[in-house]
Design a protein around this ligand. Structure first.
Ligand code: ACO
Length: 292
């Protein structure tokens, strides 16, 4: 009977159909999804910090409203993704503990500091742009709850990308000082944004199996190349120069392993927010248990 279940799973994947939470799945498939979806959810939540840093210092009410909406969207994305992950039999509490202990990862990009307001624009344009490039194919991922979450997330990421581009375009029409601020920000974020796609295919232990299972639809290098190609005309239209595409993979692995400029700060901030919320969880649990 186990063979029948496995054959059914293989047939569903081969037909490009979706696996749903109650369907049989190999343990490795479930584990890979938990790993990727958890990492993705954590990235959304940790990703609120670099931009949240600028909310109180936004240069106008309009910019503040846009930035607040954007950072709140990231929280929402984290919540859809944690829910998708919970359908695989893990609890939100475990996921949070594994983020804080470092057992699960989040995207390398959020370990760089945001040093000027231009960084808000650059993150929207390049970081959210790279996220869209990576995530649009994930709308067709083989696991139903993940793919459905991705559809909504991609729509919101498109707004984020546009607001970033518009912010930079506005600054590029401003003073020489503003133009220099934009270029300096792009110089810092371009290569880290290219590293978001993960290690080169030859050094990516998970890609082949994830492609065979229809979890990933393209390799890391394919998506990185697509993003570089998409970005060139946008940079030309903005009037900024993109630095080269030679990446320092030692820097990448150092950051992935916790040694980047902001890793410790990001986790400490997340842990404090989690600890500060303990009373809310306790109150909700007590209420849920109380006779009504
Ligand atoms: N930052 C941190 N860790 C990374 C990164 C990165 N940019 N790229 C790869 N890694 C980790 C992988 O998680 C893996 O470690 P693990 O086995 O402990 O999980 C290891 O490096 C080797 O990488 P791959 O074999 O290439 O791993 P994978 O097949 O999972 O591909 C990728 C990595 C492309 C990031 C994939 O997981 C993915 O598409 N995830 C969903 C999208 C996502 O997480 N986006 C977050 C970015 S930003 C945002 O959404 C706002």
């Amino acid at each position: 009977a186990d063979e029948d279940l496995a054959a059914g799973f293989d047939a569903t994947i081969a037909a490009g159909d979706r696996i749903e939470p109650r369907d049989w799945m190999p343990e490795g498939y479930r584990k890979t999804l938990v790993r990727q979806i958890a990492q993705h959810a954590h990235s959304e939540i940790i990703g609120m910090q670099p931009e949240g840093n600028w909310i109180t210092r936004a240069p106008s009410l309009r910019r503040k409203a846009i930035l607040l909406a954007k950072v709140q969207d990231e929280a929402g994305h984290g919540l859809y993704l944690y829910s998708a992950c919970e359908t695989l039999g893990v609890s939100r509490r475990d996921l949070m503990e594994q983020l804080i202990s470092g057992a699960q990862k989040y995207s390398s990009i959020f370990n760089y500091p945001t040093l000027s307001y231009a960084d808000v624009g650059t993150i929207g344009w390049l970081v959210d742009g790279a996220a869209i490039c990576n995530q649009v194919p994930l709308c067709r991922t083989s696991y139903g709850p993940y793919g459905r979450a991705m559809i909504r997330i991609c729509k919101e990421e498109s707004f984020h990308q546009r607001q970033g581009y518009e912010l930079l375009a506005t600054m590029m029409r401003g003073t020489d000082e503003q133009r220099a601020m934009v270029q300096e920000s792009v110089d810092r974020f371009w290569k880290p944004a290219l590293m978001m796609f993960g290690p080169p295919d030859a050094d990516s232990p998970n890609t082949q199996q994830s492609m065979d299972w229809g979890i990933k639809r393209h390799t890391n290098d394919e998506l990185r190349a697509r993003f570089i190609e998409m970005s060139a005309p946008q940079a030309a239209a903005l009037g900024v120069t993109l630095p080269g595409n030679d990446l320092d993979w030692d820097e990448f692995w150092r950051i992935v392993k916790g040694g980047g400029p902001c890793n410790a700060q990001r986790i400490a901030h997340r842990k404090k927010a989690h600890d500060d919320g303990a009373w809310v969880r306790e109150a909700a649990t007590a209420y849920a248990r109380s006779p009504r």
